[in-house]
Design a protein around this ligand. Structure first.
Ligand SMILES: *[C@@H]1O[C@H](CO)[C@@H](O)[C@H](O)[C@H]1NC(C)=O
Length: 622
């Protein structure tokens, strides 16, 4: 019970604190202890040879088979925000003793013995590129890297647990040289402004008289044929720095070559904007002349033949098939859309800084729960417009169908994580908190949204629906829904394709994501292209006397989902290690693509809906 309370409390704290720019600075006095916390051991995408695999799940730092040194009295878990736990952070204390301004050249940690089975396990994970993620004063312990192009130094968060040498032998890093950069603020007031590590593999010949000589030493290799005893050690050096506390994250947020990205994006967006301008120009012009023609013409049989979209005026607002499902899906899409827009907005204004661990995911989760009211509102209003009768079912399905499926998948993936003893498995307490939030926040808000949506007067339709449905002429193959969806999906996908790489890296490999301005730009571009493409394609469909635009517009908007999924497959390079990695990777890629698909589907549908309302509102029907 205590754990639940801590989870809930820390979640509340995180939810309240998200508008603060980062965390408050800590000043240390000389000799004051600076705690070092260890987070989970995360996978990375490194292929040392043709046989090495990528894993997409992480382990606890104190997972017994790693034998990393624990503090006296056993490791203690640190409290974290809900989002942080959901996305896999598992933070513990550590045995490192670091005191401000006190250098240590060679301190012993512990001397575990690796059995042959554990040696196999650790060697496999060294080859797969698993990484340590330590935290000192809220900063990730990093490796200093030189960008060869710009010749600038930057920090890559985390460091490998070992290395593979030229003759393909795996070495375990057992000596950590920590370099802590401090900034002197005043008399006996120091702040930590950078933490880097140089990891070494040293075979300490005489553990009772260790030298920690990083230059003249042989590396340690875990023997897969017999037990190996390893001595862990560390060193700490304090170096002064001019960096001030406020800018200490700058070195971590390094973009390899910002010019290339912006260049390709601007290139692409100019093309998209240009095409969109031409497209909308043609569309508006055609529509204007259409409307003029329709409103002038005396009903004359010859003209009737070429009248295009006006012909279907008596059917264009006919309720679609499966109106329940469509309204629920559009409602769920709106919920995701609003969550994404708000999160991107928060991020854009720097409110979700990387120093607030888990703030991004917590905010997304809370927003998703709260925006259930808007989703249900849209769903109910649409269902009413479609003259649906079973509004109670609609009220129940909207907040349960998509979130419920998500939660079921989440639990399903959790079983796989438990099976491989990954730290990513979400504890029962957190599961409980998620369900509780959903019941307490999401359900009542959704019910209120549903009622409001159902009570509000429906949109007045500009044209009446005929009694007898019109026959739809045979459609050419390229106007069939799957073809249109595939054609349409390319454009919005193009606008976010570059971003997907970074998002996947931060999702699977714990990279820090920070290019929020860039993301916001791509995101907007994606929505605009979705709107334009859906409208244009539905215009052609209507001109071909096919009035069933509702599902079509949803699928045309959602066509991007197929591309996102296939792109994710290629990003994995088909080198996933083990069933769990495959299931998790495919599963989460599926969830993401469906989520984006629902969102863009809703955008497509609503955009086209207003387009149709507008054009049919401008013609005279006798
Ligand atoms: C600690 O080590 C650093 C790096 O070697 C050195 O510059 C600094 O002077 C040392 N500090 C003390 C107090 O010895």
């Amino acid at each position: 019970m205590k754990a639940h309370l801590v989870t809930l409390l820390s979640f509340l704290v995180a939810a309240q604190a998200f508008y603060l720019p980062g965390v408050a600075p800590t000043s240390y006095t000389k000799g004051q202890t600076i705690p070092l916390y260890v987070n989970r051991i995360t996978p990375s995408m490194r292929h040392t040879d043709a046989k090495s695999k990528t894993y997409v799940y992480s382990y606890d730092y104190y997972f017994p088979r790693f034998h990393f040194c624990a503090p006296e009295g056993g490791p203690q878990k640190q409290s974290e925000s809900l989002g942080s736990i959901m996305f896999g952070d598992r933070i513990f204390n550590s045995p490192f003793e670091i005191k401000m301004l006190e250098n240590k050249t060679c301190s012993k940690l512990c001397q575990p013995i690796y059995s042959t089975a554990d040696a196999v396990f650790v060697n496999r994970n060294i080859r797969a590129g698993f990484k340590h993620n330590w935290l000192v004063d809220g900063l990730p312990v990093a490796k200093a890297i030189i960008d060869t192009k710009t010749e600038t130094q930057f920090y890559g968060a985390g460091f490998e647990i070992g290395a593979v040498d030229n003759s393909n032998v795996a070495h375990l890093y057992n000596h950590y040289e920590l370099v802590i950069e401090y900034h002197e603020r005043g008399a006996d007031e120091f702040r930590v402004v950078g933490v880097t590590v140089n990891p070494y593999s040293i075979n300490h010949a005489d553990p009772s008289n260790m030298k920690c000589d990083t230059e003249k030493s042989t590396p340690i290799v875990l023997d897969q044929g017999k037990d190996t005893k390893v001595t862990f050690s560390y060193a700490v050096f304090f170096v002064p720095s001019d960096t001030v506390w406020a800018t200490r994250w700058d070195k971590y947020l390094h973009v390899y070559d910002p010019k290339i990205q912006w260049f390709s994006l601007i290139n692409f967006s100019i093309i998209v904007l240009f095409l969109s301008l031409i497209m909308s120009h043609i569309l508006v012009k055609t529509l204007k002349s259409d409307i003029q023609k329709y409103n002038e013409v005396n009903l004359d049989d010859e003209m009737m033949d070429e009248m295009g979209w006006k012909l279907v005026h008596g059917d264009v607002f006919r309720a679609p098939e499966n109106k329940m499902l469509l309204s629920v899906l559009v409602g769920s899409g709106v919920q995701i859309l609003l969550m994404s827009i708000t999160t991107a907005g928060f991020a854009l204004f720097g409110l979700l800084s990387p120093s607030n661990r888990g703030s991004l995911s917590t905010v997304m989760f809370i927003l998703y729960a709260v925006y259930g009211c808007f989703g249900s509102y849209v769903s109910a209003a649409l269902y009413k417009l479609f003259q649906g009768e079973d509004w109670k079912l609609n009220m129940i399905l909207t907040p349960t169908m998509i979130p419920g499926s998500l939660f079921a998948l989440f639990i399903f993936f959790n079983f796989f994580l438990i099976a491989v003893k990954s730290s990513g498995a979400v504890p029962i307490g957190t599961m409980f908190a998620i369900v509780l939030i959903w019941f307490v926040i999401s359900l009542p808000l959704s019910a209120a949204g549903s009622l409001l949506g159902y009570k509000r007067p429906s949109v007045t339709l500009p044209v009446k629906v005929n009694q007898i449905p019109r026959q739809i002429p045979t459609q050419p193959w390229y106007l069939k829904t799957p073809v249109l969806a595939l054609i349409a999906g390319i454009f919005p996908f193009g606008s976010i394709a570059i971003e997907m790489y970074f998002i996947y890296n931060s999702l699977w490999f714990n990279r820090i994501y920070y290019m929020f301005g860039f993301l916001f730009f791509c995101f907007s571009l994606m929505l605009v292209t979705t709107l334009l493409v859906s409208t244009l394609l539905i215009y052609y469909t209507l001109c071909n006397e096919n009035y069933k635009w509702q599902w079509k517009s949803f699928f045309i908007g959602g066509g991007i989902a197929a591309y996102i999924f296939v792109h994710a497959l290629f990003l994995s390079k088909f080198k996933l290690g083990g069933l769990t990695s495959v299931v998790l990777y495919l599963g989460y890629s599926f969830v993401i693509s469906v989520g984006v698909g629902l969102m863009c589907g809703a955008v497509g549908f609503l955009g086209v809906f207003f387009f149709v309302l507008n054009i049919y509102g401008q013609i005279k029907i006798d």
